[in-house]
Design a protein around this ligand. Structure first.
Ligand SMILES: [Zn+2]
Length: 109
């Protein structure tokens, strides 16, 4: 019997800062404190998990993002003083929900 519902697969497990459930690290997206497109401090996604420093993890869903924003979980998990906007993370998650992106290269030149 290959029942593995509750058993995490191989690899590290992290807690989602939105729904507070544990999940395999590769199912979660890492976020860190960084800068948004305009150079302002913000919470940014780190899908490749290469940014050094303190990171937090959450499910790449708008539900968990909303939960995390509402409980100021980004601020707490990243030990940020005063809090940072997590807009870049929201935008990143929005881009993920596009299932079949059209072939337009939206260069804003
Ligand atoms: Zn979650």
């Amino acid at each position: 019997m290959a029942r593995q519902d509750e058993t995490p697969a191989h690899g590290p497990v992290r807690t989602c800062i939105g729904c507070r459930q544990r999940a395999a690290k590769r199912e979660l997206v890492r976020v860190t404190a960084g800068s948004d497109a305009n150079g302002h401090p913000a919470v940014v996604p780190d899908p490749t998990a290469t940014t050094p420093g303190r990171g937090a993890h959450l499910h790449p869903t708008s539900e968990c993002y909303d939960l995390a924003v509402r409980r100021k979980a980004f601020t707490r998990a990243l030990r940020l003083e005063g809090g940072l906007p997590a807009t870049p993370v929201g935008e990143y998650l929005d881009s993920l929900t596009v299932i079949d992106p059209p072939r337009n290269r939206s260069n804003s030149s």
